[in-house]
Design a protein around this ligand. Structure first.
Ligand SMILES: Cc1ncc(COP(=O)(O)O)c(C=O)c1O
Length: 416
């Protein structure tokens, strides 16, 4: 990285705003569904209310919720209360509003580690058992907390292989993980089955519902066939779900919930170490944007259950339309049976290298998401992808034709 000269004089506002727009020229066209992750959209109305609420609380700091900004504290409690309701949490459960899925997962892992330390007395070796499809945020947590991660291959249907997970458990296992759904294949793991294993072995179970949590129960109401995945499953002790993904709230906003006060307490920090007095936060970070709290509160109240149900209905219909289009392209097949709106598209024909198909999509102005095992195109689709369907299918079909005859090796690398 080279140094940029610190400007000696400021520049006018209009010039800067123009410059910002101009800088966008080289960016991917997310507004028209050409980006398969990173941004999420429901309707323009939802985006507008989120922005307006964010701006209304642009300056306030949610770290000050306890002492200065009672409004933010109230909104935060209401947002978390809605999550407790949605995820069938029992009396005594509580949650924390965080800056993202990774932070929610870090806190869940810390909770498991510290709850176990309290039980066993002090430090000892500890491991996490997860399907290979679980998010790398668990490994980040393990790096930070010096834990071992045991990633277990998934079953042929790409869901967690519950028997293999059970075989990986030993006396030092502190947490099992299931995803609802997992990012690579978009399938919801069999949480009740993992829960049975967790209870049998006396190990905690975390459900990572970061990508689908806020629509998954609505999908079940609409007839999706996956089973219960939240606190309705007795073994689940914690659950992460991102507001800034399928909650359609502005970034940064995620939630993590704990079944009981002991687990919640073990996640947080209560430090009495410096000249200013006690420093107690439930979050990993200190300063947090008040705007994100206000925006989450506003979006949840703007949509209500009915609003989310309607968006979920559209998401599921959109996925089915994409699947129907894919089935008409010779040699392509959806990987597994996606439960929500994440799709991985692989090849049933060894002559088609999906990474070459991805090269063709890049050349046509799409950012192709990638899966390595099996090689597949990957899309985490929100309603931004609804109008893009026909163009996407047309370009995939053309890229498949090219890939069949291509001789050069694929250029794509699965790096996120
Ligand atoms: C299943 C799952 N968990 C956790 C995360 C991490 O979320 P974030 O990027 O908000 O930290 C992601 C991100 O895509 C995810 O797909």
């Amino acid at each position: 990285m080279s140094r940029t000269r610190f400007p000696s004089n400021g520049r006018p506002r209009a010039e800067l705003l123009d410059a910002l727009e101009a800088m966008r020229d080289g960016d991917a066209d997310w507004r028209h569904g050409r980006v398969p992750l990173y941004v999420f959209g429901a309707t323009d109305d939802v985006a507008e209310i989120g922005k307006a609420a964010f701006n209304a609380y642009f300056t306030e700091n949610a770290l000050g919720g306890k002492r200065a900004f009672a409004s933010l504290r109230r909104m935060e409690e209401e947002v978390l209360g809605i999550g407790l309701d949605l995820f069938h949490a029992p009396e005594g459960a509580s949650g924390t509003l965080t800056g993202g899925g990774t932070e929610s997962i870090l806190l869940a892992v810390k909770s498991a580690r510290d709850a176990q330390r309290a039980l066993r007395g002090g430090r000892h070796a500890a491991n996490l058992v997860l399907p290979v499809s679980a998010h790398p945020a668990f490994d980040k947590a393990a790096v930070l907390m010096d834990l071992e991660v045991r990633r277990v291959p998934v079953a042929p249907d790409y869901r967690a292989d519950v028997a293999a997970m059970e075989a990986a458990i030993d006396a030092d296992t502190i947490l099992l993980v299931g995803s609802a759904p997992c990012f690579p294949y978009g399938v919801v793991d069999d949480i009740p089955a993992i829960g049975d294993v967790a209870l049998r072995h006396g190990v905690a179970l975390h459900v990572d519902a970061c990508v689908g949590g806020y629509v998954a129960n609505f999908a079940r109401e609409l007839g999706a066939t996956f089973g219960p995945f939240d606190f309705a499953v007795p073994a689940v002790v914690s659950l992460s779900a991102d507001l800034h993904k399928f909650g359609f709230c502005p970034k940064p906003a995620s939630t993590v919930f704990f079944r009981d006060a002991v687990r919640a307490g073990a996640a947080g920090f209560d430090l009495d170490v410096w000249p200013n007095g006690r420093f107690a936060t439930n979050t990993f970070v200190g300063t947090r944007p008040g705007g994100a709290v206000a925006a989450a509160w506003a979006v949840l109240n703007f949509l209500g259950r009915e609003g989310y149900l309607e968006i979920t209905r559209r998401l599921l219909a959109m996925r089915q339309d994409y699947e129907a289009g894919i089935s008409r392209i010779d040699g392509l097949a959806v990987v597994g049976k996606p439960d929500l709106s994440i799709l991985a598209v692989g090849s049933s024909d060894p002559a088609i290298d999906m990474f070459k198909v991805a090269d063709g999509m890049s050349a046509r102005g799409w950012i192709p998401g990638l899966v390595r095992q099996p090689r597949a195109l990957h899309s985490m689709m929100s309603l931004l992808h609804e109008p893009a369907r026909e163009d996407w299918l047309r370009d995939v079909a053309a890229s498949v034709t090219e890939a069949r005859s291509a001789v050069a090796p694929a250029q794509q690398q699965a790096v996120y």
